[in-house]
Ligand binder design. Structure first.
Ligand code: APR
Length: 248
């Protein structure tokens, strides 16, 4: 692994425009469970039963009680880990410009990244299904489920449920960033959910290097990514930053 850490530091040092695509894996070290694999949320719940817009529309109270309240507890107390902080350091070093994240936890911004595309929306806000007014999640009173807007409408997370479109501006900007970068770091995603998993492909087709950081192989490995550093994001990012500081 040391060689690949050195390689990644050299590739970052040589790169002009670096982008990152992240997934739930980068937040596991902050106590937020992943969706798939061992201990994943979708091991406990059927995503089509509690994370699909039809399921929410059919029975918002059920989805609030099972998923949203649990997510609120976890996200409210989560703090950025070394994986997030490493990407923020890369921005501070003038290397990384944009983070495209599938995560709705706001931890990249909390770590200090200033250009974060929230591809699947955010959990930091709830939105009224009738008038679209937004409320900060931490201020939402959840004694009454589902919580309601002052207009009487039901509040829902301002995140993308299965069965919904990706916000157009997020999709458009992400494609632009992916086709414009010369190195994309892909950190902590199983790369099975579209269209997010397409971004490394767009980057590769535009001539960029694609570097994966994940303890496991993904469909990108050996197909799209130039190499995979098999390890946890926190430890790997710390080592890469240390090497990069030595060679920069
Ligand atoms: N560091 C790096 N990667 C990790 C770590 C870690 N500490 N721990 C786990 N991983 C990897 C896993 O090996 C897996 O490949 O992170 C990945 C997490 O995959 P998923 O749980 O499928 O998460 P993600 O890819 O973000 O899912 C995409 O699916 O359910 C929907 O909307 C949801 O945004 C989510 C999307």
């Amino acid at each position: 692994m040391d060689d690949l850490i050195q390689q990644a530091a050299e590739d970052l040092a040589a790169a002009g425009k670096v982008a990152a695509l992240t997934g739930a894996g980068i937040s596991t070290e902050s106590g937020i469970p992943p969706f798939r694999g061992k201990g994943g949320l979708w091991e406990r719940f059927d995503p089509m039963e509690i994370a699909h817009i039809d399921a929410f529309t059919r029975d918002p109270a059920r989805v609030w009680n099972i998923l949203v309240k649990e997510m609120k507890k976890i996200v409210d107390s989560a703090k950025p880990n070394d994986g997030h902080k490493g990407l923020a350091k890369l921005e501070a070093m003038g290397k990384l410009k944009t983070v495209i994240t599938q995560n709705i936890d706001g931890l990249h911004q909390a770590a200090g990244n200033t250009d974060v595309i929230e591809f699947h929306g955010t959990f930091a806000w709830q939105r009224c299904m009738d008038c679209s007014q937004k409320y900060e999640t931490r201020s939402v009173d959840i004694t009454e489920i589902p919580p309601r807007c002052s207009c009487g409408g039901i509040l829902r997370p301002d995140a993308v449920f299965f069965g919904e479109m990706i916000p157009q501006d997020a999709l458009w900007r992400s494609r632009q960033i992916a086709s414009d970068c010369d190195l994309m770091l892909v950190v902590g995603t199983s790369a099975v959910v579209q269209p997010a998993a397409l971004m490394p492909v767009v980057a590769k087709e535009s001539g960029a290097k694609v570097v994966e950081i994940n303890p496991e192989r993904t469909p990108l490995t050996d197909e799209i990514s130039d190499y995979l550093i098999m390890g946890a994001a926190g430890a790997v990012m710390n080592q890469i930053i240390e090497k990069l500081e030595q060679i920069s």
